[in-house]
Write a new protein. Sequence first.
Length: 406
Amino acid sequence: GKEDLFALSYLENALTSHPTLAPLSGRDPGDLYKLARMAQGEPIAASELSYGYAGAELSDILAMLKLLGRVQDVLLKVNQTYIKAASQEDAYRTEPPFKLQGSYRNMNKIAQKLAPVMTEEELDRTVDEHYQAESQTLATGAEQNLLKLAELRGRISLEQRTRWEQIKEAFKRTRRGGKEGDYPVARITSVIGGLEEQLQTLNKAVVAASASRTGDKTQADAQLQQTIAKVSEALGKLAKTDVHVTLANPSPPQAIDLTAISALGQAMVAALAKNPGTDPAISQALVQKLAELEKAMVRRDATQTVEVDLARRDATNLTCDTSSIIRGVFVATYQKPPPRGSEVVLQMLFPANLSTQARGKVSFTQDEDGDRPAGYGVTFFELSDEAKELIARYAQERDPLLYDVG
């Protein structure tokens, strides 16, 4: 069908990118179709081809087409994932958008680096190196895009998978927290909705645990499951958009301690503790999880220490004003940023394993939008002589970002 023709078009467009395949571009197109099938193992006699290929030439062509067939599979997956990510509404994303592309240009660039004698392992390394270079052209998100690519190719290691899950969880937490500038009540109800999701996950865990038990324990666990389900339903109603709340003398959005949600968490913990017949292991796990949620929702007044890794040369970078004077640093992250106006200690890491500390104030935050990375800006207000020297040296090697926050 059309899918097969589109897949074959990758091979057609790559012919002139490699000397072994270039002659095919001027020969009967039917030969390419047959040769591609032969490269995949289909028994087709060389006599069926319109051109009389020498044995060595035919062997090299088939070897190249077999390699390109594997590249073609990768690029089709990348292309489909890119299109899906580009067409998805931000509100429904559960992971960062995928921005690597599987175009004809990518096929041609990879084809140029191949040789008929390559092994599959060497081919995989060539594809790895190609997309490593491609990821550096992205304004932000190189790491997450490469991890997603490894997952698509089935080449993701245990360490990479752990890191990828961390990034996705951080991305979802940022989404649940609401966007900068949202009305405070909207941000609160968004957090309540996230708590509802956590409860649903716990609910499913209780159901699974109950299914593996019999007798009184099953009945007790079922009662616990019903209790959690009722609380989850109530939270779901609270998170609806038609909730009307009036704040008398409201504090700034960043200064709101989500007291109501904290109290709700405490009430739930107390209810679980009083539930008769509750399996201690399940009860303890739920209590611990709710305590973590409660702790995460309460604003901490202590000065936060932030690691700023400038050695990686990603979207994290120094910032300057319109006069090109270094004023601070932009920290690219999907983690929830510190409140705007709060003071932070910056643990700054520079190339050559150099590091220093600085103090600053969070001056702005921003959500990811196209090529604009998610993160926040910190304006310096205390720099040691050592910090000034390292910052000046870094700015000479890499242009700072223009963020004039006034």
